[in-house]
Design a protein around this ligand. Structure first.
Ligand SMILES: Nc1ncnc2c1ncn2[C@@H]1O[C@H](COP(=O)(O)OP(=O)(O)O)[C@@H](O)[C@H]1O
Ligand SMILES: [Mg+2]
Length: 355
């Protein structure tokens, strides 16, 4: 099979690595000529909405997927009828707008942080008066890795955020004093079969994922799975999807979902019987899903900005190093490390955090 991927970043790269053992070939569409998935297939260098490039992608491939959620929905509509595209345009459209995403969560009985819609900076003071502070202001569209967000604690923050927001539509959310952030990676096949990985616990730095620890047997697993199952069915979803939750006491508040393979599921490459990448390919190709069982507890550390010395990492027993082959740049995800935790309940090895 020839698989098209809109986006040629590290997620596309790891999808291709999962597909190569089955002799699948990959065509990536990315505006960057040095997109890091490029060496693993053919790279079409063009904007995501270039019709000529999308036509080429449709003609060259058997099925198309995407590796990030800001692909223009119009590009998927253009591909529809020319080549099967999974996940579909509806899931992408909902995930691209935080208001629609939260509305769907509520429709499905999933609790979220309290929020109000904000129609640009002019509407912000009223929203703040209604919801109270502290709060997080988020643009409805185009946000990722903490971008397009402002933490509001006092009047000065409100004024500064208003200036930055301008006339963009936004949401104002109550700041949640969460105990943990967790994510559920799930996969749904073309036949509606669903499988979920064990919940992962995530920490962020500067709005970006920093560490993930997965200890199978989480007390909230069943609740998270039931909610995510409803979401997958409601979207008639095909492929891997990740739901991010805040845990407050014993309650889960749904924060957002990503209609794609997810950074907090990278541990599945070494730590699960079937990786999230292989399961995404199985789903979009209409193949049986693979077991999502974890081989014990695993942890992942994101490498941001620059790669560490490989010899130092590999000297740590059980550590696996992933280098995306990207140019180092501050704030850029350039790789990650995974490691099996020898005992249940063990935190990420301290040597890794010190890298
Ligand atoms: N309402 C909130 N309360 C507390 N922390 C939040 C809230 N919204 C976002 N955050 C923090 O910011 C991170 C990024 O926000 P998120 O909504 O996931 O946006 P994105 O990942 O698309 O940038 C979250 O993982 C969480 O750590
Ligand atoms: Mg997030």
């Amino acid at each position: 099979m020839i698989i098209g991927v809109i986006g040629g970043g590290q997620l596309a790269r790891m999808l291709a690595m999962a597909g190569h053992p089955w002799a699948h070939r990959f065509v990536f569409l990315d505006p960057a000529p040095d997109a890091c998935a490029g060496p693993l297939g053919e790279l079409i260098t063009a904007p995501y909405d270039c019709e000529r490039a999308l036509l080429q992608l449709a003609e060259q491939t058997d099925v198309v997927t995407f590796d990030f959620e800001n692909v223009p929905a119009r590009s998927l509509e253009f591909l529809a009828g020319r080549v099967p595209v999974y996940p579909g345009a509806r899931a992408l459209g909902v995930a691209q707008d935080r208001l629609h995403e939260k509305a769907l969560f509520h429709e499905l009985g999933m609790a979220t942080a309290d929020f109000v819609a904000v129609a640009g900076a002019a509407a912000l003071p009223r929203a703040v008066a209604e919801l109270g502070l502290p709060a997080v202001l988020k643009t409805r569209t185009q946000g990722y890795d903490g971008k397009g967000q402002w933490l509001l604690r006092g009047p000065e923050d409100v004024a500064a955020a208003g200036r930055a927001l301008g006339d963009q539509l936004a949401l104002l959310e109550k700041l949640v004093p969460f105990d943990r952030e967790v994510s559920l990676i799930a996969v749904r096949g073309r036949d509606g079969a669903v499988a979920c990985y064990p919940l992962s616990e995530n920490t962020h730095r500067d709005g970006m994922l920093h560490t993930t620890v997965c200890r199978p047997g989480d007390a909230l697993q069943a609740v998270a799975e039931a909610q995510t199952h409803r979401l997958l069915d409601a979207l008639d979803y095909v492929g891997v999807l990740a739901v991010e939750f805040f845990q407050v006491g014993t309650e889960l508040l749904a924060n957002e979902f990503a209609p794609r393979v997810h950074n907090s599921g990278h541990w599945t490459i070494e730590g699960a019987e079937t990786s999230q990448f292989e399961n995404h390919l199985r789903a979009i190709l209409g193949l049986p899903l693979g077991s999502t069982r974890a081989r014990g507890a695993h942890a992942m550390l994101n490498l941001i900005g620059a790669m560490p010395d490989a010899a130092r990492v590999l000297a740590i027993s059980g550590a696996h190093l992933h280098d995306y082959g990207k140019e180092p740049r501050p704030g850029r995800k350039v790789g990650h490390i995974t490691i099996a935790c020898p005992e249940q309940g063990l935190a990420l090895p301290l040597e890794l955090l010190a890298l």
